[in-house]
Write a protein that binds this ligand. Structure first.
Ligand code: GUN
Length: 287
């Protein structure tokens, strides 16, 4: 029977460290500011944005929400992004995704100043990560690494299998695992014989968005299983991409859904924001 990885508890530890860093910055006269841009009313985004504002306040970060209408034009969103790029009180900001379909998401993300890109979605920050010199790394990917580290399992030489290749989770987490000397396999919707890869994983990260894509009996005995999926079932309950009840029988460690990866994303966004404020003030990332 595997051990639960408690994302709520680990995220509290991360937020505690962020609060300390924010206090240290404030004692030097710097008050970290986070901007959150929301366009329209995607129901999941409403929940995430509310949580981000709440947690920011809790650690002493000034969070400001910028809400644009569902029908906002590309120009209106771009103007706001350029304004936040110039605003000295905004040390970092994010554009909550997904954006309404008529907007060009890539163009908007590319317009965010890389040194304020606390989501780590700008090609410049993803490129720095790819060459092993990370600056801002997407929060979910860092959160996954923090959860793996919380188990005490060492990654060097282990086989890590990532299922899903998105720019905001799958690719960055694969790069972080590689940086920690794991041997990394990235699987996706066109992968032949997914089971063959999954059953060989010492560390399994699944970020696809399909309920119970991974049956419990595919999981290797003793594996670390990180389930990034948050899927709403017809009865309203939330479930992951991994069949939890089956997988916990075989896993060494496993994250629940909810209460696993979710809280980590918010915690590391706050960490990135405190780091952006430190960077902007020339204090250095450890200041
Ligand atoms: N939508 C889903 N996850 C994220 C995230 O981490 N950041 C932003 N901006 N939008 C998201």
């Amino acid at each position: 029977m595997g051990e639960l990885i408690d994302g709520r508890k680990v995220s509290r530890d991360v937020l505690g460290r962020v609060a300390d860093r924010v206090n240290a910055l404030k004692s030097k006269g710097i008050s970290p500011g986070l901007g959150i841009v929301k366009v329209g009313h995607d129901p999941a985004s409403e929940v995430y944005v509310r949580t981000k504002v709440k947690k920011a306040k809790k650690v002493g970060i000034n969070a400001r929400l910028y809400e644009l209408d569902e029908n906002a034009s590309q120009g209106q969103v771009m103007d706001l992004v350029l304004r936040l790029n110039r605003d000295p009180a905004t040390h970092g900001f994010i554009v909550q995704l997904p954006l309404p379909g008529h907007l060009d998401t890539d163009a908007i993300l590319n317009a965010v100043a890389p040194q304020k890109d606390v989501d780590g979605f700008h090609p410049c920050n993803l490129g720095l990560l790819a060459i092993g010199k990370p600056r801002f790394v997407p929060a979910t990917a860092v959160g996954i690494m923090t959860l793996i580290d919380s188990t005490g399992v060492r990654l060097q030489g282990k086989h890590a299998v990532v299922v899903g290749r998105s720019n905001i989770v799958g690719k960055p987490v694969a790069m972080l695992l590689l940086q920690r000397h794991a041997t990394v396999t990235v699987c996706h919707s066109r992968t032949r014989d997914l089971q063959r890869h999954v059953r060989d994983a010492d560390v399994l990260v699944v970020s696809v968005g399909r309920p119970h894509l991974i049956p419990g009996d595919w999981v290797r005995q003793g594996a670390v299983v990180i389930d990034v999926g948050i899927n709403r079932l017809p009865d309203g309950s939330l479930t992951g991409d991994v069949d939890f009840d089956g997988a916990i029988e075989r896993a060494g460690f496993i994250t629940p859904v909810p209460g696993g990866v979710g809280p980590m994303t918010v915690a590391h966004l706050m960490d990135n924001t405190a780091r952006a404020a430190a960077l902007a003030s020339g204090i250095g990332l450890d200041g």
